[in-house]
Ligand binder design. Structure first.
Ligand code: HEC
Length: 104
C-alpha cells in the first residue's frame, strides 16, 4: 500500500516537472538567450536574485525593452535597484519578445 502511494506520488511529481519544462518555442528561445546573456549576473533562476543582478521573473516586455536595450526604465516604473551596473545590449532588440515569453 505504501509502495503504491510512493509510486503514485512519483508519477504526479514527474508530471508536474515535465509540465513546467514544456516551454513554447518563443519562451524556449528566450531561455537560451537568458542563459547566454543574462545568467552571469542574474543567475540561472529568474525568480531569484543572482550574484550581481536582482530577480527578473515577471518582467514585462516594456521593462525588458527599456532596460535591456537602453539601460532605462518605463515611465513611472520603480526599479528594484537604484544602481546602473547593467550594460545595455541593443543587439538583443530582436529577442525582447522571446525574453518576455520566457520571464512571464
Ligand atoms: C553585468 C551584469 C548584468 C547582465 C549581463 C545583465 N544584467 Fe540585468 N541587471 C543587472 C543589475 C546589477 C541590475 C540592477 C540595476 C542596475 O544596476 O543596472 C539589473 C536589472 C535588470 C532589470 C530590471 C529589474 C527591475 O525590475 O528593476 C531587468 C529587467 C534585467 N536586469 C534584465 C536582464 C536581462 C534580460 C539580461 C540579459 C539579456 C540582463 N539583465 C543582463 C546586471 C546585469
Amino acid at each position: 500500500m505504501t509502495r503504491l502511494l510512493v509510486a503514485g506520488l512519483a508519477v504526479v511529481a514527474l508530471a508536474l516537472t515535465s509540465c513546467e519544462q514544456r516551454l513554447s518555442p518563443s519562451a524556449e528561445r528566450g531561455r537560451q538567450v537568458f542563459l547566454a546573456q543574462c545568467v552571469t549576473c542574474h543567475g540561472p533562476d529568474p525568480a531569484q536574485a543572482g550574484p550581481i543582478g536582482p530577480a527578473v521573473k515577471g518582467s514585462s516586455r516594456e521593462l525588458l525593452e527599456a532596460k535591456v536595450l537602453r539601460g532605462a526604465y518605463p515611465p513611472g516604473y520603480m526599479p528594484k535597484r537604484s544602481t546602473k551596473v547593467m550594460v545595455p545590449m541593443p543587439a538583443l532588440a530582436g529577442e525582447i519578445g522571446a525574453l518576455a515569453d520566457y520571464l512571464r
